[in-house]
Design a protein around this ligand. Structure first.
Ligand code: NDP
Length: 449
């Protein structure tokens, strides 16, 4: 088995995030492979870890001063065994092949868990929308779509947003696709409500992560009421995670961005959250401004000399990492445990480092990995695709009810699969195994393609 990992590692030795994601799955499905020799004979693991297609392209665009810039665009079409490729676009200077392959790989399993017919993909660019004017972002999006449009389609590959790609970017990307192709089809999700978007899509990842946390707590006869929660990030996922925690009676004391974090011991209220949304989504400001506005909050800038992030070192029962990959390391995990932490629900993708995950598992806390806990976003994207195909629109209540049902069924699938393979209560093993078996069986059905 480790033979499979070793081969992948030797071929892609410089892709550390991708190898981290593959290593975890290879570990989790060892028992499945032993029980099912047909998977080994068909080299399912080797095939799952190799993208069906990687598209890399040049994105030339012009800034407001007339200067030309060249960024790199990507789309990883990872696995289409159970449906069209589906997964977000990330615009961030850190974007590279390793990060997008890890995200696409995770997406394959996550999408399988949603119960919807969607394959896995991911894409993006090393373009940084931060500090750019709306006109610059529009020109970049148009240049990006000028190439991407030939590779996607509503039955082929349906991207969505991710870090740096929100409603504004999706609008510009959609507009360019429509102009070039002269067709109005659901080739992107996360669209605005006026032109094909689904109610609850903006909220879905954050709400879903909190629904998943509630399911985990219910296994111990508990709920979120009165619990103190640490949330990282301050973008789409963090905002709606906070909103749902408040609705369910929990208290949120932190939020962050790439420059630092705020600690608000009194708790973030609905009014403060409204301010934060305005700050981040409209003014595109920094989290430090929250502490300028609310003097009871303390702002701590990022200190790269530290071996841990003080954000995770506050007294709290629950943590919702909702910013980015590897943002919570073993030291952070230990600090969280020392402070009495007993639940982690990952809104972000792979936010905990492998040694941090081991600590959570060893201490038997409720640990919901991103693949399962943040699947609500892509699930409602899948529901957006359904509504587009049927050319109708479900109500807010209908979509929210479907989201809840999906998160519940993901939770059950994790529990059942973990138990079947001797890892009771281990949501990492459960998510990996449940997703893997569904994809593996579908791949076998399709023959060697
Ligand atoms: P946004 O761009 O809306 O927000 C990202 C947040 O994370 C910002 O606060 C950003 O700070 C912070 N951040 C980004 N990169 C870093 C970094 N390197 N170090 C510290 N902070 C960072 O993205 P989303 O909220 O959509 O995504 C957050 C996470 O959730 C990602 O891991 C994404 O893959 C995952 N996810 C998102 C889904 C969705 O539906 N949007 C679905 C499933 C998972 P700053 O503004 O300073 O950059």
């Amino acid at each position: 088995m480790s033979n499979v990992y070793d081969k992948i590692a030797s071929r892609d030795s410089n892709e550390k995030e991708f190898l981290q994601a593959v290593g975890e799955v290879v570990d989790s499905v060892k028992g499945v492979m032993d029980k099912n020799p047909q998977y080994r004979d068909a080299k399912i693991l080797e095939r799952i870890a190799e993208p069906e297609r990687v598209i890399m392209f040049r994105v030339p665009w012009m800034d407001d001063k007339g200067e030309v810039h060249v960024n790199r665009g990507f789309r990883i079409e990872m696995n289409s065994a159970i449906g069209p490729y589906k997964g977000g676009l990330r615009f961030h200077p850190s974007v590279n092949l390793s990060i997008l392959k890890f995200l696409a790989f995770e997406q394959v399993f996550k999408n399988a868990l949603t119960t919807l017919p969607i394959g896995g993909g991911k894409g993006g660019s090393d373009f940084d929308p931060k500090g750019k004017s709306d006109a610059e972002v529009m020109r970049f999006c148009q240049a990006f779509m000028a190439e991407l449009q030939r590779h996607i389609g509503h039955n082929t590959d349906v991207p969505a947003g991710d870090i740096g790609v929100g409603a504004r970017e999706i609008g510009f990307l959609f507009g360019m696709y429509k102009k070039i192709r002269n067709e109005f089809v659901g080739i992107l999700t996360g669209k605005s409500l006026n032109w094909g978007g689904s109610l609850i899509r903006p909220e879905a990842t954050g709400y879903g992560s909190v629904y998943f946390a509630s399911e985990m707590l219910a296994t111990r006869g508990e709920d979120l009421k009165g619990k103190t929660c640490i949330v990282s990030g301050s973008g789409n996922v963090a905002q709606y995670t906070t909103e749902k925690i408040l609705e369910l009676g929990g208290k949120v004391v932190t939020l962050s961005d790439s420059a630092g974090y705020i600690y608000d011991e009194a708790g973030i209220t609905t009014e403060k959250l409204q301010y934060l949304m305005q700050l981040k989504n409209i003014r595109r400001g920094r989290i430090s401004e929250y502490a300028d506005k609310y003097s009871e909050a303390v702002y701590t800038p990022v200190d790269t000399a530290l071996d841990h992030n003080p954000l995770w070192n506050h007294k709290a029962e629950c943590a919702f990492p909702s910013a980015t990959q590897n943002e919570l390391n073993a030291k952070d995990a230990q600090n969280f445990l020392n402070n009495g932490g007993s639940l982690v629900s990952e809104g972000a993708n792979m936010p905990t480092t492998p040694d941090g995950v081991d600590l959570f598992l060893d201490n038997k806390i409720l640990y919901g990995p991103g693949k399962a806990a943040n699947a609500g976003g892509v699930a409602v994207s899948g529901l957006e695709m359904s509504q587009n195909s049927m050319r109708l629109k479900w109500t807010r209540e209908e979509v929210d009810a479907k989201l809840k049902t999906i998160m519940k069924s993901i939770h059950t699938a994790c529990i059942d699969s973990a138990e079947e393979y001797g890892s009771k209560g281990n949501y990492v093993a459960g998510a990996n195994i449940a997703g893997f078996v569904k994809i593996a069986d579908s791949m076998l059905d399709h023959g060697l393609v």
